[in-house]
Ligand binder design. Structure first.
Ligand SMILES: [Fe+2]
Length: 166
């Protein structure tokens, strides 16, 4: 891959995101399953549904850019998924372990937020307003997902026993 202009940069960003979204799509059911808290489990499940739409948007985005639909293995996503899997496999008490799951989810969201924010700005630089708007829809979903996880995390953190209690 050579980067000659901002279109190359945006194309790379979108290929990376397509790979990331597909990895998160496959990883989210495991997090939903592992979560004991119903609201958290539902949040992971709902975000998986959103992720399917986000993949669809990226696929449409490639044709708006006039480039072939490709994904390029996102190593950061692989690392984030591996970290989440590691938490799922740990033993632990429900509220504390669920808080760990929210943290894993939020790290994923923030990787995506940074990536989509950049792609939106690059699309604007290129004058591709429709593409920028399309990617921004996903960006807003990722931000909302992160906020929701944060709210659940705060509730669960308060419910978790303090060290002195056990
Ligand atoms: Fe996403």
């Amino acid at each position: 891959m050579s980067f000659k202009d901002i279109e190359d940069v945006l194309y790379h960003g979108m290929k990376d995101l397509l790979s990331a979204e597909k990895q998160f799509r496959d990883a989210l059911p495991k997090l939903a399953e592992a979560a004991e808290d119903q609201e958290l489990s539902d949040a992971f499940r709902e975000h998986r549904e959103e992720t399917l739409n986000q993949i669809d948007r990226l696929e449409r985005g490639f044709s708006m850019l006039g480039r072939a639909e490709r994904s390029e293995k996102c190593k950061a996503a692989s690392g984030l998924v591996a970290e989440g899997d590691g938490i799922v496999d740990e033993s632990g008490e429900a509220p504390a372990k669920d808080v760990m799951l929210t943290a894993a989810g939020r790290k994923v969201e923030h990787y995506e937020i940074a990536s989509y924010e950049d792609c939106v700005r690059w699309a604007r630089v290129l004058g591709k307003k429709d593409l920028a708007a399309l990617l921004e829809e996903t960006l807003e979903e990722e931000k909302a997902a992160s906020k929701k996880l944060q709210r659940i995390s705060d509730r669960l953190a308060k419910a978790a026993p303090s060290p002195a209690m056990h």
